[in-house]
Ligand binder design. Structure first.
Ligand SMILES: [Zn+2]
Length: 438
C-alpha cells in the first residue's frame, strides 16, 4: 500500500517536472502586422515547424497584433492577407524561453480591387451553431485575415450564428469596410443542398416531398436574396439530385473549397455541368466558396490524395476560394443584384478583370469582330490563361510574373459565350463568369 503511494508520488513529481521543463522552453513571439502606411492589418500567420515539417494556421487579433507560443525549435513564418498584399516570410530560432518581439511586420499592398469596385467574399461558411468548429467571431476574424471584403454565415437550416457574426463585423483597416451577412444552407435529406444568401429564415431538415423542396426554392427566391445550388457534383449524399428544377436557382457553386480547383475533382464535374447548362440557355451565376468547417483546417478528411493534400497545405481555409463581385457600393442589395447578374469571377488568388469591347462578365456584346482585353494580377507567379467559347477551350496563353495585360482578337456569333480560366503556381486558379454574344 505504502509502496503504491510512493510510486504515485514519484509519477506525479515526474509529470510536474516534465510540465515545468516544457513551459521553460516555450517562448512568446509577438508583434503587429500593418500595411506600408502604418495602418494595422488583420492577417494570417502560417507557422511551419521545420523539424517536424508540420504547419499550423494562426491569426492576428482584430488590431493586427499576434502572440505565438512556440516551443524550442526552428520555424518558418509566413504573414499574409489574401493575394492583394505581398507576403512576408521569416525564419526564427527559439532557443530559450526569452520572449521575442518582432515589432512591426509590414505587408505592402500590391493591388486595391475594392477601390475599383471589385469585392471578394465567402458565400458558404459554417460555425459551431451547426457542424463547424468555430464561433462566428473566430470565423469573422479569419475572414478579415484572409482579406475578404464580405462574408456570409450559412449554417445548416438555422441561423443562430448570424447575430454574433454581424455584430462583430467592423472596419478592416483605414478605408475598407467589411460586409457581414446572414444566410442559410438549406440541407435536405436526399435532394441536395442550396444556399440562400441574405436571409434569416429557419428551415426544416426534412422535406415531405420533392415538390415541397421545389416550393422552398421558389419561396427563397426574391429580389433581396441569392439562391445557389451547393457542391452539385459531390458523389455522396451531399450532391445535387434534383436537376429537373435547376433553372429555378440563381447560381451554382462551381468551386467548393473542400476540393481542389475545377481542373480535376468533383469541381471539374461541376464546371462541366455549368457549361452544359449555359449551352442549354440556362444562365446560372458560377460561384466559389470555402464551405469552411474549421478556420484552421481541423476538419480535414484523412484520405487525402497528394494534390488535395497540397491544396490544404496552403493553410488558408476561410475565403479559399472566394467569389469576386463588381459592385457600385458594398451593400447587401447591391451584392445580391450583382451576383444574380453574373458580374462575378471566382478565385483563390489570381485577380482577373476582362471585357469584350467594354462589356464585362454577365453582359453581352453584339456579333462580329471583337477584342477581349484582360488584366490579371496575383501575388504568386501566373502560369496560364485559357479561353473557353461555349465551354470548349479554344486558346491558351502562357503567362509569367505576377501580372499580365493583353488582348485577344476574336469573332463572335450570337449564342456564344466566353469564359476565362487562369492558372498560377501553388494551385492558384481563377474562373470568370461568361461574357455573352447576342
Ligand atoms: Zn453542404
Amino acid at each position: 500500500m505504502r509502496r503504491a503511494l510512493l510510486v504515485v508520488i514519484a509519477l506525479l513529481l515526474m509529470l510536474a517536472s516534465a510540465t515545468a521543463s516544457q513551459s521553460m522552453s516555450v517562448a512568446r513571439v509577438t508583434g503587429q502586422v500593418m500595411d506600408e502606411t502604418g495602418q494595422f492589418l488583420v492577417s494570417m500567420i502560417l507557422v511551419e515547424d521545420l523539424a517536424t515539417n508540420t504547419r499550423r494556421t494562426h491569426f492576428t487579433d482584430l488590431t493586427g497584433r499576434f502572440a505565438l507560443e512556440l516551443p524550442k525549435g526552428e520555424y518558418h513564418l509566413t504573414f499574409q492577407q489574401g493575394s492583394q498584399y505581398e507576403k512576408v516570410e521569416t525564419t526564427i530560432n527559439i532557443t530559450s524561453r526569452i520572449p521575442k518581439d518582432l515589432k512591426a511586420i509590414v505587408l505592402t499592398r500590391l493591388y486595391h480591387l475594392s477601390a475599383r469596385g471589385w469585392y471578394g467574399g465567402d458565400l458558404h461558411q459554417h460555425t459551431f451553431f451547426s457542424d463547424g468548429a468555430d464561433s462566428p467571431l473566430a470565423l469573422l476574424t479569419a475572414g478579415l485575415a484572409a482579406g475578404l471584403d464580405f462574408g456570409v454565415v450559412t449554417d445548416h437550416n438555422q441561423v443562430t450564428g448570424q447575430a454574433e457574426y454581424m455584430e462583430f463585423s467592423c472596419l478592416r483597416n483605414g478605408s475598407d469596410s467589411f460586409l457581414a451577412l446572414g444566410g442559410v444552407e438549406v440541407t435536405s435529406e436526399d435532394k441536395g443542398h442550396y444556399n440562400v444568401i441574405n436571409t434569416s429564415k429557419v428551415y426544416p431538415f426534412t422535406f415531405v416531398s420533392a415538390e415541397d423542396f421545389a416550393i422552398s426554392v421558389d419561396e427563397a427566391k426574391g429580389k433581396e436574396r441569392f439562391v445557389q445550388v451547393n457542391h452539385p457534383s459531390r458523389r455522396d449524399i451531399l450532391g445535387f439530385a434534383y436537376w429537373e428544377i435547376i433553372d429555378r436557382f440563381d447560381g451554382i457553386e462551381v468551386w467548393n473549397g473542400k476540393d481542389i480547383p475545377p481542373l480535376s475533382s468533383t469541381n471539374l464535374s461541376a464546371k462541366e455541368k455549368w457549361f452544359e447548362l449555359l449551352n442549354e440557355g440556362i444562365r446560372l451565376t458560377a460561384t466559389a466558396s470555402s464551405d469552411v468547417h474549421s478556420v484552421i483546417g481541423n476538419s480535414l478528411r484523412k484520405d487525402l490524395d497528394p494534390l488535395t493534400l497540397a491544396w490544404y497545405t496552403r493553410g488558408t481555409f476561410v475565403g479559399m476560394p472566394r467569389t469576386y463581385v463588381k459592385l457600385p457600393e458594398l451593400t447587401a442589395s447591391a451584392l445580391v443584384q450583382a451576383l444574380k447578374e453574373g458580374k462575378v469571377f471566382l478565385s483563390n488568388g489570381p485577380l482577373v478583370i476582362a471585357d469584350i469591347s467594354g462589356k464585362a462578365y454577365g453582359e453581352a456584346v453584339p456579333p462580329g469582330d471583337r477584342k477581349l482585353s484582360y488584366e490579371i494580377l496575383n501575388n504568386e507567379a501566373l502560369r496560364l490563361l485559357r479561353m473557353y467559347i461555349n465551354g470548349k477551350a479554344v486558346q491558351e496563353i502562357p503567362l509569367e510574373g505576377l501580372t499580365a495585360f493583353g488582348h485577344i482578337d476574336l469573332t463572335l456569333s450570337a449564342g456564344q459565350h466566353v469564359v476565362l480560366e487562369v492558372e498560377a503556381e501553388n494551385l492558384g486558379y481563377a474562373l470568370t463568369n461568361p461574357i455573352y454574344c447576342e
